[in-house]
Structure formats: structure tokens, C-alpha cells
Design a protein around this ligand. Sequence first.
Ligand code: FAD
Ligand code: SF4
Length: 516
Amino acid sequence: MTGIGAPAPGTTLRMVLGDQLSPGISALRDLDPERDVVLMAEVAAEATYVRHHPQKIVFFLSAMRHFAAELEAAGVPVDYVRLDDPGNTGTLGGEVARAVARHRAVRVIATEAGEWRLAADMAGWQARAGVPVEIREDDRFLCPHAVFAEWAEERREFRMEHFYRVMRRRTGILMDGGGPAGGRWNFDAENRRRLPDGVEPPPVPGIAPDDVTRAVIALVRDRFGGHFGDLDGFGYAVTRSDAEALWERFVVERLPRFGDYQDAMAHGRPFLFHAVVAPYLNVGLLGARAMLARVVRAWRDGSVPLNAAEGFVRQILGWREYVRGIYWQQGPEYAARNALGADRALPAFFWSGDTDMACLAACIGDTRRHAYAHHIQRLMVIGNFALLIGADPAAVNRWYLEVYADAVEWVQLPNTHGMVLHADGGLLGSKPYAASGRYIQRMSDYCGGCRHRPDVAVGPEACPFNALYWHFLDRNRATLGGNPRLAMPYRTLDRFEPDRRDALLRQAGRFLAQLA
Ligand SMILES: Cc1cc2nc3c(=O)[nH]c(=O)nc-3n(C[C@H](O)[C@H](O)[C@H](O)COP(=O)(O)OP(=O)(O)OC[C@H]3O[C@@H](n4cnc5c(N)ncnc54)[C@H](O)[C@@H]3O)c2cc1C
Ligand code: SF4
């Protein structure tokens, strides 16, 4: 513990969780540095509830330690419990109770947790600590729970596009008068370019670890070195100022072409024109409102075209807020759904990357090296494959939660369970994002270096995605056959000659049988 004298009577304990590293977080509002103490705790329960990528653990712990130092430098007393401190109970509830006793605190103030698991834990803090616990709303998000609930109540179908337009109107972001800037809500059609030869994305700079981060790296290597993922080359920002500097470089160097190449994939270039900011946003080193204001300013001053600005605003104001709304509106039973009855174990190469499918080897390799893959790699390569083989949603959800530095459940789960696996029966997406090898060929350069051929569906050279695509449609006909958005592929499947169809299904069957 640092920076604290004798505990004052009437001390309020202000709890700050690992994803609440924002000076303006509601738990710190009205803080009195003369009387109050901020509690931050590294606990084993958070570091181990899944086998997180080592870079993800380093990022969270180092960002927490730097945030504590930032508060202390501003004169705020912080009681910081480290993972290896003697007496650490290993749980947040245990640490709150210990700190209440230590400081003779008369109440606890916290900001609501980001996920169900922790919200349930928090509900028990008051009984455990024996003092009142006030839980405040997390108002870093642009759509309060009540606003999402009202929006959802009025609808049978939850579509992101409808929600996004409501949010544009509500916030006035990229609006001109009553309508969308540029006269259109959506520039997706212009945002699907393959990366042409000769276009080289500017590099994403890494941040050299300082002493604090180096100490955390040693701790993580010692305690969690056996988890999937490389630790060498850790380059994430762990302070607000570094995260802001990286963000500004993105706005100047990559945002202008973010829209054009949003869906492109390229071997050895995992970041392309993406922002690589989700970890910073999710823990609170960056704030969504300030980012959106910066993007709008860049568009207004002419340094960023509208298709890029709108494409980016759609991700933050649209998708990010929408999946959070769905997560809280649906509750924990959402994760238990399995609309397509999928139950296959994840193949071992999800952890080794050892596969002759070049696209999967590249995307899993990027994930191992950087705890990062961009959206289309997650959705249309790794996710698409998991969907087509009928992988067990619980195993897939767990994998995604483990392997990305930005993986926190409220955003990971709807994306994986809903968007990728359609396990929610279409609540989040009107159809599964199933695709054959042709899509991957169109949007990437992976196929050129692959032993399979994306234009072949049957035989030893065939791209596995092709036959798997038809097998997926065939075996899920009872659930998906009536979906109007899949009418065309089902018509195509039904027009195949019986021999062709049998050959495709046999090809996929053989592939599935040898998966281990
Ligand atoms: C299967 C799957 C799992 C995912 N898991 C996570 C996760 O655990 N954590 C996470 O933050 N994002 C997740 N996403 C969304 C998205 O892929 C990542 O936010 C993005 O790749 C992060 O990289 P970036 O910062 O370079 O994003 P960019 O492509 O530059 O986009 C900018 C920002 O928009 C937001 N965003 C973009 N797409 C989405 C989306 N679909 N849902 C919510 N926010 C979005 C993110 O905050 C992101 O940082 C997942 C997507 C899929 C398909
Ligand atoms: S041929 Fe098929 S397996 Fe190989 S990289 Fe292309 S899509 Fe992937």
C-alpha cells in the first residue's frame, strides 16, 4: 500500500476493476482524496478463469499498475494488491472484504462490472464486507442499459443497422440536419476491397516495455508461460499517453484507407489499416466519445474520406454498443443456446496452427504472435471454419475469450456465439456468415501459398471450405432451409446432379472424420 496515512473514520473504499482504467470512471466521481481510498487488486480468479494468452495477462496487469501510478501521481491514495502479495485471497470479493477491514471503510463504491460472472460476484460483496456497497452505472458507453432496453422492447428482430441509425440520430454523430452526412447511412459496398499489390500499410509501432511491464512479463512467464501464445515481442501500450499516441497515428496514417481495406486479409500483415485499439478501449485507456469526436473532426477537416469515417463510426457507435446491449439484454442463458446442435471438439491446430490450410495457419499464427487478428480473420476464416465443421459453441467461445488481448466477454460472446456460430438462432445476425474458399480467395492472398485450390471442391487438391460449405447447408436444412437469405444457396444445392452432390458430401464427411 502506498500514499496513505492512518485510515480516517468514514473512509469510502472506491473499487476500480481491471477494465475500468479511466480517470472519469463513475466509481471515482466525487472522490475525496483526504478520506477515500481506491482499491485495485490483481486476483488469481481473474487471471485464470480461462487460460488467457500471456500477452493479454501482461497487458491487463501492467495497465492496472500504470493506472494506479497515474492516480497516485494525481494525489489519490491507492491500495494496490499484487497477484503475488502474501494474504491475497485470489478473489475480488475477498479483497474488498480485506480492504474494508484494513481501512475501517464505512462503504464501498464501485462501477458495475462488464460481465455477468463479475456482476454476480459483486452482488455478494455487501454481505461479505459487512458495509453498504453502491454500484454505479458504467457511463463510458454511449447507450445506457435503459435506452437499449427501450429500443429492444419495441422490436421482434434486433438488427444492428436499425440500432446504429437510432444511435446516429441520438448522438448527432455524422449527421447533417436530420439526415446522415453524405446522404447515406452505409458505405459498406465501397469498403470491400482486396489489398492490391504495391499498397503497403504503414506499420503499427510497438511500445518498448518499461520496468513495470518487464516485471509483469517475468511474473506471467513464470505463472502462465504454458498458455497458448507468444510472450516475446509484447508491444501493447499500457499507459493512457502511449495509447493516445498510437490512436493519433492511426487517425493520421491508416484511417484514411480504413474503409477501403476493412475486409482485406494479407499474409504477414495482420494489422493492415485497422486501428488495433480494442484492448485500450475495453480497459478504458481510450474513451469512445473522444475517439468518435476525433474521427468526425478528421472527416470535417478533409483528411479522411466519408467512407472511412463512417466505416469506423459504425464499428464503435454501432457494433460495439449493439453487442453490449444484446449481452446485457439477453442474460446468461444466451450462452447456453445451441440452435444448430453443434458439438464437435475444436481441432488441435487451433492451439498449434499446424494445418496445411494456409488461411487458418496464417490467422492462428497472427493470433499466437500478437494476441490479435482483425475482424475478418476472426469472422470469415477462423469463425467460418468453426461454423462449417459444427464446432461446439462453448469450446469456440472459450477459445476466443482466451486468445485475444481485447477479449472481454460482453463483446466477445455476442460476436462468437451469435455472429459467427448462429448458436442464438439468428437473434444477432439474420443469417450465418458461412462462406466457401472463394470468399477467402477474393479477400486475401492466402490461397496462393496453399496446397489446396479454392476453385476445386472435390478431390485431393480441393479446398476444404468448399465441400464443408455445402455439407453445412445440407445438414442444417431443418433449421436454416426456410431462411429467405439462404434461399439462393439452397436452390443451388438442390440443382446439383445427385452424383455431384454426393461427391461433395462425401468429401466433407471424409474431411470431418479425420479432424482431431
Ligand atoms: C468471432 C469474433 C470475436 C470477437 N471478439 C472480440 C473481443 O473479444 N473483443 C473485442 O473488442 N472485439 C471483438 N471482436 C470484434 C472485432 O473483431 C475486434 O474489436 C477488432 O478486430 C479489434 O481490432 P481493431 O481494434 O484493430 O479494430 P478495428 O477493425 O480497427 O475497429 C475499430 C473498433 O471497432 C470496434 N469493433 C469493430 N467490430 C466490432 C464488433 N463486431 N463488435 C464490437 N466492437 C467492434 C472495436 O472496438 C475496434 O477496436 C470480435 C469479432 C469476432 C468476429
Ligand atoms: S485454398 Fe482454401 S484452405 Fe487454402 S488458403 Fe484458400 S481458402 Fe484457405
